[in-house]
Each structure stands twice: as C-alpha cells, then as structure tokens.
Design a protein around this ligand. Structure first.
Ligand code: MN
Length: 432
C-alpha cells in the first residue's frame, strides 16, 4: 500500500515517508522539549496537533504521556496507545485529509529543530548477538578458541552505562585510561590510541516487568517500544587490559551514541524476516528462548551502513567514505530472545531501558562493524580517498551510521543518522 502524504517532501523520502512516523523529542528556537514525529523534511509538533483537538482516545492519552520532554511514560502505555497514535497521525498526514490546513500549522522544518534523547534511560545493557563479530574478536584474543562454549546457549551481555548515552551529533571526547603496552609489565595511563566504533541495533523497552516476573518469549515482543541505531564507542587498548575477569568497563562507558528517533515495530512490520536455520551442529535454543512465531518473523531486514569523514576529507570536500555495509539479519539471537533472557532471572526491565544488540558484522570484510575487525586488530590500515589511512579513529574523524529498510512492494524507510565526531581530551591528564 503506497499511499502518499500531502506533505510533498515525505513522498519518496529516503528516511521518513508516511509509512515510518518515528517518535522523538525535539525543541525549536530555544523552546521547551516536546514530542514530535518525523515526516519528510519536517517534525510534526504533537502537542500542537493535540491542542487543535485532532487526536482522541488512546492517541490523546499517548501524547499527554509525552509531556515533560521524555517518552518513558508513553513507552509504559504499550502497544495499543502506540498504534492508536500512529493510525491517527497517519490519517491526518495522508493525501486528502480534511485537516491538512490545521495540521500544517504544526510542522517545523527539521533543520531548525534540535533532536534530543527521546527518553530518560533507566538502564542500558549491551548484548553480543553478532556471531561473526564474536568469532572475529575471539580470534584476535584467542586464536585457537574464538567462540566460547556458552555463546550458542546464552545471549551474552553486560550492563552498560546509561548516563553517557547521547543523541546523534554530540562530540565524543577521547577517553583516558590504563593500557598495557606490548612487551610491558606495568600499565600506563593516557588517552586511548585505539578508539573504535561498534555498529549496533538499539532496542527500546516499552512496558516493563515486575521484580521476579520473567517475560515469556511469546510475549517478549509486546515489551519492545521501538528501535534505533547505536554506536558503542570502544577503546580497544583499555578494553584489552581491563576486560578479564568481569568484562568491559571504562573502555565502553565514556560515551554511546544513538539515533534519536524511535522506529516502531509497526513501521518495521514489512521488513520482518525468518531466523535462518542454525548451522549443522549448533544446539537449538533452550525451550524458554524458543517460539515458533519468533523463529518465523523475529528478525528484521535492515541494511546498516558505516561511513567516515576526516578533517582532511571535509577540507577537500570529499564525500563520506563507506567503511561497512551490513544487515541486522546477522543476529544470532532475536530482540525477543534478548528481552526474555534478560528477565529470565527475575530482573526488572523498565520503560526507557535500552538494549544494544552487539556489533552486527556480516561474514565478508566489507560487512565488518568495527575497525578492530576491518584492520585485523590494528595491523592492516584502511586507505581513505584523501590519501590518509586509519588503523583506529583520530581526532576530527566523524563516524556516520545509517539504517535503511528496502523491500519490493513497500516504501523504504530509514532510521535517521547516528553520527558523532571524535575530539581531543581538552583538560589533559594532569587536570583530571
Ligand atoms: Mn558493543
């Protein structure tokens, strides 16, 4: 169904056509933070639409729950309210809507809007469901034993840092930490030399669960409010020294970037796909992680792209250079399995919790989702169109991630950019 909008820039828009309608929090002209929906080149101010009397019932309740500049109360309302809001806004924006003139008063040019974090983030957990990445990284650390035996039974994750998650566009300050130089027996402290990105899918939790109340796999999907792109910035030298025995700590917690629009399950519905059969010899998921519907349509076909620009490239007006083109279909575990496993011990998930998928690398080197993999552990540099080369990120480098869903017979949708620039540590170590 390829219906059009009366907003011309929405029709055929690569990211935000009528079929997408992602929710976010924005401000315009220094005003207060308020909720909006991205449509073409505009943000639709939902408070304005509500005040014009154009929303009712669950859609009205949904917008009222976004007041205060955070979507976490809206997340808590769950699917019925989310769908009601989507359907009513879609009707208002569809070609032929009798309310077009009034709705048009509440459109703000997106270029004049600042897009903020969509919600207070209660907790952030990063998984490791990209099996190619797990194998590639495992090989660097343990050539003989790349994949640990738990991987095919447990959706592995670690508890990340929620306070340092920022929306697209906020600079990343090069972190300082302890590293052990090769051949050295005593660590030194200083700015990381091995700053990296990780290409990930973000999963927003909608309704939570009570303490001690697991989430069955058959209803896990109902607890997901939507999706975003996530860049799990990583300092590989700090990580290598600190990661045993308890996993990543300061090598990851300095900054995480997300695309700020919430892409809903309803917008992604046409792009669902089957979980591929596991290779011969792999165990079936344990019962609590097995569900026929989830196996039949629990993954998405989302193209994921990573690009880079350096200061020299921008000076020479060179376009961003593609480092990777991957897809969410490489996930070994589905978002529903991540949710169910997270809560199997009775852990309480809350509205506005954020889950990262882990780096989503494909099997081919052009699909690798981190520099650690692209440069084979910092051994083989990447050549850039400016004549520069990179092992890891340098100050001034900007990493841009994009996600796009394309399927015959459906309007394509995108996630909006997840980008940020690396800047030098300003204070210097002596002041910290
Ligand atoms: Mn990660």
């Amino acid at each position: 169904m390829n219906q059009n909008s009366w907003i011309e820039s929405a029709n055929g828009h690569p990211e935000f056509p009528l079929q997408n309608l992602p929710l976010g929090i924005f401000s315009a002209g220094g005003g207060a933070r308020t909720s909006g929906i991205a449509i073409g080149e505009y943000v639709l101010d939902l408070e304005g639409v509500l005040n014009s009397g154009l929303l009712d019932n669950e859609a009205e309740t949904a917008v009222l729950a976004t007041r205060g500049g955070s979507l976490h109360k809206y997340f808590d309302l769950g699917r019925i309210h989310r769908v009601a809001l989507r359907n009513q806004v879609m009707a208002l924006l569809t070609e032929g809507s009798e309310h077009a003139e009034v709705v048009a008063l509440h459109l703000r040019p997106m270029e004049q809007c600042e897009i903020h974090l969509p919600s207070k983030i209660s907790d952030y957990t990063d998984f490791y469901v990209g099996i190619e990445h797990a194998v590639n990284v495992g090989k660097l650390f343990r050539p003989d034993n790349p994949l640990l035996p738990n991987y095919k039974y447990v959706p592995i994750g670690y508890h990340g840092r929620a306070s340092t998650i920022r929306p697209s566009g906020v600079d990343v300050i090069r972190p300082v930490g302890q590293t052990l130089a090769p051949g050295s027996s005593v660590p030194a402290v200083g700015p990381t030399d091995r700053l990296d990105f990780e290409l990930e899918l973000g999963v927003w939790i909608g309704t939570g669960n009570g303490l001690g109340q697991p989430i069955p796999i058959s209803s896990a999907r109902d607890h997901i409010a939507g999706y975003c792109l996530l860049n799990d910035w990583s300092a590989r030298d700090i990580q290598a020294w600190e990661y045993q025995p308890l996993g990543p700590f300061l090598s990851k917690s300095f900054h995480t970037t997300i695309s700020p629009w919430i892409i809903t399950a309803e917008a992604l519905e046409p792009f669902r796909c089957r979980v591929p059969a596991r290779p011969d010899g792999d165990p079936a998921p344990l019962d609590y992680l097995s569900d026929n519907q989830d196996q039949a349509q629990g993954l998405f076909d989302i193209q994921l792209e990573v690009l880079i620009t350096t200061e020299a490239m921008r000076k020479s007006e060179l376009p961003p250079h593609r480092l990777s083109l991957s897809n969410t279909q490489v996930m070994y575990w589905t978002p529903a399995q991540m949710v169910t496993h997270h809560a199997v011990n009775g852990c309480q998930l809350q509205p506005g919790d954020l889950l990262g998928s882990g780096t989503l690398s494909g099997p081919h080197p052009s699909q690798y989702g981190s520099l650690l993999e692209l440069t084979k552990g910092g051994k083989e540099p990447i050549a850039l169109p400016s004549g520069e080369h990179r092992y890891f990120l340098e100050d001034g480098d900007e990493v841009i991630m994009r996600a796009r869903c394309v399927r015959e017979g459906h309007e394509s949708i995108g996630f909006g950019e997840c980008k940020a620039k690396v800047v030098a540590q300003i204070q210097g170590l002596g002041n910290c």
